[in-house]
Design a protein around this ligand. Sequence first.
Ligand SMILES: NC(=O)c1ccc[n+]([C@@H]2O[C@H](COP(=O)([O-])OP(=O)(O)OC[C@H]3O[C@@H](n4cnc5c(N)ncnc54)[C@H](O)[C@@H]3O)[C@@H](O)[C@H]2O)c1
Length: 317
Amino acid sequence: MAEKVLVTGGAGFIGSHIVDRLIEDGFQVVVVDNFSSGKEENLNSSAIVEEGDIREREFLDRVFNRHNIDYIIHQAAQIDVRKSVSDPVYDASINIIGLLNLLELARVHKVKRFVFASSGGVVYGEPKELPVSEVYPKGPLSPYGVSKLSSEYYLFYYHKTFGLPYVALRYGNVYGPRQDPHGEAGVIAIFIGRILENKDLTVFGTGEQIRDYVFVGDVAKVNRMAINLDLRGDSIDDFAFNIGTGVGTSVNELIAYFKEFTGYSKESIYAPPRKGELNKIILNSKKAMETFGISWTPMLAGLKTTYEWFKEKYERE
Ligand SMILES: NC(=O)c1ccc[n+]([C@@H]2O[C@H](COP(=O)([O-])OP(=O)(O)OC[C@H]3O[C@@H](n4cnc5c(N)ncnc54)[C@H](O)[C@@H]3O)[C@@H](O)[C@H]2O)c1
């Protein structure tokens, strides 16, 4: 019988691509999602959907009693950095308590591996060395970042104490089809929306902020491989992988890419910088490349695929 994977947040941007990938590879998939930002239209029709909130232990108990879960891929989260600053308690209720509910069930039901969506964009703070590798000192600068790093420590604790196997994937700025404009890499979805309507692009600050953008298809591939990855180690970094391309792209460069293949030609509008935004982050992802044997989708190709997807959707609606 096919193995069963629980994907939390499976109706969301990244989660839904992971679900597609798993189903393609013959897994049975159970999606847990409360549809706070996830969408029905993202859902693979072969997935079993359990609608509910990861903060509710009784709901999760029912899910685990109904299904024999082999693996958990945990994507559900409060993902808005600014929301975490304005309401850190709310952030922790989902990102910490929700995680603990799942870890307790993973322990009780002897789940074979727990794969966690961490964030390379926030756990290191503003690093002094680039590209930053997994062992670089951590220094999250927002409650969201603290919740992601704390989650890795909880996972490590469950591994050491109860033997729960796990992998933490520290994503860069993920982009691609189905992306919501509100996430960490929302800028790409926002810009595409504006370009399709031939409206002005607003850049906050100089536009020289650098991010490591990674295509969602690559992230889904790595998650699928991670469920079979057996790791040993003595620190959270031994269980963590930076999932980025190792290439930094500025907002100005992003706009130049779009101009190259869309025909968009408007001058951008520059607005004052947004408080609390990182200046530069580039992830050293050699460890992931060696372990998963993955090569990253080049930016231009990924942007074109993303643009085409949004264009088709725009023309349909
Ligand atoms: N998008 C990025 O660039 C990025 C970067 C680093 C890390 N991450 C992490 O990747 C994961 C997926 O992010 P995404 O960009 O796909 O976001 P998303 O908002 O599209 O997906 C999150 C999903 O979780 C669901 N969800 C939220 N709260 C829930 C709750 N309490 N109970 C049940 N379901 C709940 C939402 O409805 C949604 O479907 C998150 O853990 C996020 O922190 C994303």
